[in-house]
Every structure is written in C-alpha cells, then in structure tokens.
Unconditional design. Structure first.
Length: 283
C-alpha cells in the first residue's frame, strides 16, 4: 500500500491518520512500535532505528526568564527547558558546532541590522513560516519504508513535510518554498535529510540569520542511548556564508502530548504596539 501525500492538499489530521495506518499495516509481526516514547532496541522491519513517535518541542526559546511590562508593572516568567538540550552539553554522535554562522564581509552589516531590528523585521514575528531549519525538530514522526513524515505544531500553521527515502533525487519541477524540497537517506543509524530549493525570505535562525535561495540544509536525526531523539542541522550557503554552519545538537524527549490538529490561525496584532527595538526581553 503506497500513499503519496507530497502533491495533495490534506489536513494535518488526515495526513497523520493515513500515514499512521500505513505504518502499522507495513510493519512485520513483532516489531510494532509503541505509540510514544522510544527504546534503545526499537527498529523497523528494514533494520533502521525507529524514530516514530511524539516528541517535545525542540525549537530555540529565549534564554533565561522573560520580562513583561504592563502599565508599569513588571512580571517575570520562567520557562522550564529541561526537555531541551543545553548548548554546553556534549551529545554522543554529534558534529562539532559553531556558536554563530560566519557571513561574508559584504553581508555582515545587513545581518547586524536585521538582528538589531528583529522585532520589526523578523518575518516570523508577523506570522510568516519559520522555514527549515529554524522550525526545529518535528513534533511527530511517522517512519514508513519509502518515506518519512514530519508533523509540526507552529504558530504560523500546523505543517508537515513528506521526505522520500526510496533513493529518488530532488524534484526538478518543485516550486521554491520556505520548507524547500527534501530527500532522505540513512547513514548507519542516522537519518539524514538534505533539503534544497528554498525561497530567500526566511531566516535560518534568530539574530538576523538571513540566507540566499542557494541555501542547502542537512538535518541529522538519531536516537540517543537513552532513547531520546537527537536533532542537529547544518546550513550551507555559498552566496552569503564563508563556510557551512552547524548548530548544536538538541536532545528531545518523548511526550504523551498529541500534536494539535488545528491550531488557531496566526493573527499579527503586536507590531503596532512596539515602542522600541527590544526583543526577547519584553513581551
């Protein structure tokens, strides 16, 4: 049974339901995976580690506490990020990572300006899609023999990516998009997703990390010895970067919290309220 969702307009709920049904129908007896969580020995019928499951949010959050000022009253909220990897930790199997991407001299001032005016110029702040790899690791993974489905839960809309793993190359007729055109393959026990064909109107990270339409993103996903999902991304862009940039690896725990099927539509109503260029510290 084969379902190709890449060129169909389906709701997130429909895509998840169909994909999950196919996944269970194609698994050999005795290798059915648990609905959530992960174990060291869990593998699919073809021998690959089974990444399927529901995972906690793995996106970057502002470091430390968030300060909010309303009518002169200051409140401070603390965000528990225990489910996320901290950059100071070492992760087995992770690539060496860089604190920040290195831009060519002619683009450094532009990046600095974008970062300084992030609250006014960041497309995500105005309901645009974050794109890849900024959206981070998927909230749910459905791993099939010939394709893997990533489901996301984002304020800009609940999106999904269909990643073929049957050896095909990138589509010649694909339209450029924020999420690009992905293909996947396995390197031993690491799932590697290579994505190209992006638009140039997204950032691949906060702090003004702009890119060109020649960007290429390599995402790597694997299971840690404890059964957690590990996600790490590398960005290549020969137009604006002097060298590829690899972000730190995130270790993401499983969660029983299902992915929201229909999030409320994003409605931007804060831009007009900005009094200065502060970002991250005042919300």
């Amino acid at each position: 049974m084969k379902i190709d969702l890449r060129n169909r307009s389906l709701s997130l709920a429909t895509a998840a339901l169909l994909a999950t049904a196919v996944a269970y129908s194609q698994q050999a007896p005795g290798v059915a995976a648990k609905a959530t969580g992960s174990t060291k020995a869990r593998r699919t019928a073809d021998g690959h580690p089974d990444l399927s499951g529901i995972w906690a949010f793995g996106i970057d959050l502002p470091h430390g506490d968030l300060k909010k000022v309303v009518d002169g009253k200051v409140t401070v909220s603390h965000f528990n990020q225990d489910a996320r990897h901290h950059a100071s930790n070492e992760v087995p199997g992770a690539l060496a990572w860089d604190k920040a991407p290195t831009y060519k001299p002619e683009y450094q001032e532009k990046v600095k300006e974008l970062s300084t005016k992030e609250s006014k110029l960041d497309p995500v702040f105005y309901c645009a899609k974050p794109g890849v790899p900024r959206i981070g690791s998927p909230r749910k993974i459905v791993q099939l023999p010939k394709e893997t489905i990533f489901l996301y839960e984002d304020i800009s809309g609940d999106g999904y990516r269909i990643i073929p793993t049957d050896g095909r190359g990138h589509r010649a007729d694909a339209n450029p998009s924020a999420d690009g055109d992905p293909v996947g393959h396995w390197e031993k026990d690491t799932f590697v997703v290579e994505t190209t064909n992006f638009t140039d109107d997204t950032w691949f990270g906060e702090n003004g990390y702009m890119h060109s339409d020649k960007m290429r993103v390599i995402e790597r996903l694997w299971l840690s010895p404890e059964g957690n999902l590990v996600y790490q991304a590398t960005v290549e862009d020969p137009v604006v970067l002097t060298k590829p940039w690899t972000n730190f690896a995130r270790v993401i725990k499983s969660t029983p919290n299902e992915v929201l099927e229909e999030s409320p539509p994003c409605k931007e109503d804060d831009g007009q309220r900005l009094l200065n260029l502060d970002h991250h510290l005042q919300r």
